[in-house]
Design a protein around this ligand. Structure first.
Ligand code: SF4
Length: 375
């Protein structure tokens, strides 16, 4: 396949970029502190062919668990840091890569500049010889970039990624990849194409975030990957699916099958009217998920809203408070989970907080109101 001339990045036992095979990744959805469950899931993903397995780490107990998990799996491990960037120093000896989110670097230690925080992260990765991912997400874009380029502007996420690339390179570090993700495949195509046009040398990790449940989640991801990979863009990827934990290896199977199809020139057309009606986006869940009922809730939302399939509305279902509030802002109706309650939003407006039993009828009521208003 035609590939962009990206530079080589080493992640544990594998290399990406510079013509190496496209690596397929996934992420554990178990509680990181549940060592047995996380080891078992990391090993299941590894056995399914995952080149890299990501694990969320948010606090010291997670770090301690990660050290034990490292001993019990051969998978290449990447840790996902959102706000607690300082944990990188404790984690680095035990992992192969660190992912940070530029949009979340603002929340901790506000007295410090982003510049200082990135310098710290680069120092840690450099000293331990591990890789880094600058992982930009549309729902948690750097506030300075939103102010400069406007909300929902593709340019804001692309420029955020480029600014962090400049910062990391200023500290003479090159063992990194970039990702720019959104839940809309069209935006993923636009943002990654634009970034690759400006920096074709930087390896890109591709993904449609919150793609949702199969088969729609796989179709949305395939739409983006077919367009990007066929242009030579993409060195690693993940298919994010909302599925119960035992089915997580399906993310690897889906990723490998999309790559094989593109390599063989088998481009799939999408079902008639796909993407024209109701769009349900949902996160794939991870260690941060606040209630085990999350996947069931997402499935229930899909079942309940089937009657509204023809209406062009977006419903977002998110698993936690870290990304839930931001990633639901663009949805017509957004749900994000707390430990015992679910928060319901209409775009950025907070509608209320409901128990897991109450939320479905509440959602139906608000959905009917929206449909009536539009009619
Ligand atoms: S929204 Fe929260 S639970 Fe879902 S994948 Fe993102 S961080 Fe994990």
């Amino acid at each position: 396949m035609k590939r962009n001339p990206t530079r080589e990045v080493k992640i544990g036992t594998i290399k990406v970029g510079n013509g190496h095979s496209i690596a397929v990744q996934s992420m554990c959805a178990t509680k990181t502190r549940d060592i047995d469950a996380t080891v078992s899931q990391a090993n299941a993903l590894h056995t399914a062919g995952a080149d890299v397995v990501r694990i969320a780490v948010d606090n010291k107990p997670d770090v301690e668990a990660l050290k034990e998990i490292r001993k019990q799996t051969k998978a290449n491990l990447v840790v996902d840091l959102q706000e607690s960037y300082r944990l990188a120093a404790d984690l680095a000896p035990h992992v192969d890569k660190i992912r940070y989110n530029p949009g979340h670097l603002h929340h901790f230690e506000r007295e410090k500049s982003v510049h200082e925080k990135v310098k710290f992260l680069v120092g840690v990765c450099h000293d331990h010889g591990i890789a880094m991912r600058i992982g930009v997400n549309c729902g948690s874009t750097d506030p300075d970039m939103i102010a400069k380029y406007g909300h929902d502007n593709n340019e804001a996420i692309v420029q955020s990624a480029l600014m962090h690339v400049d910062l990391v390179e200023k500290f003479a570090f090159t063992n990194f990849v970039v990702s720019i993700k959104d839940s809309d495949p069209k935006k993923v195509i636009a943002a990654n194409s634009r970034f690759a046009e400006i920096r074709p040398d930087i390896p890109l990790h591709l993904g449609v975030t919150e793609a949702g449940m199969p088969p729609d989640g796989i179709i949305k991801t395939r739409i983006a990957f077919e367009q990007l990979i066929s242009q030579g863009i993409g060195d690693t990827l993940r298919v994010s699916l909302t599925v119960p934990n035992p089915r997580k290896p399906e993310e690897i199977e889906a990723g490998k099958s999309i790559i094989a199809d593109i390599a063989a020139g088998r481009f799939r057309s999408v079902p008639k009217n796909f993407g024209e009606g109701l769009n349900i986006i949902s996160c794939p869940s991870c260690s941060r998920v606040e209630n085990e009922k999350f996947v069931e809730l997402a499935e229930e939302v899909k079942r309940l809203t089937a009657y509204a399939a023809a209406h062009k509305l977006t419903i977002a279902v998110m698993g936690c408070r870290v990304n839930g509030p931001g990633e639901t802002d663009d949805a017509d109706l957004g749900l994000w989970c707390g430990p015992s309650h679910v928060n319901l939003k209409r775009k950025t407006e907070e509608v209320g907080t409901y128990s897991y039993e109450e939320i479905i009828p509440q959602l139906k009521e608000k959905l009917d109101e929206l449909i009536a208003v539009r009619a």
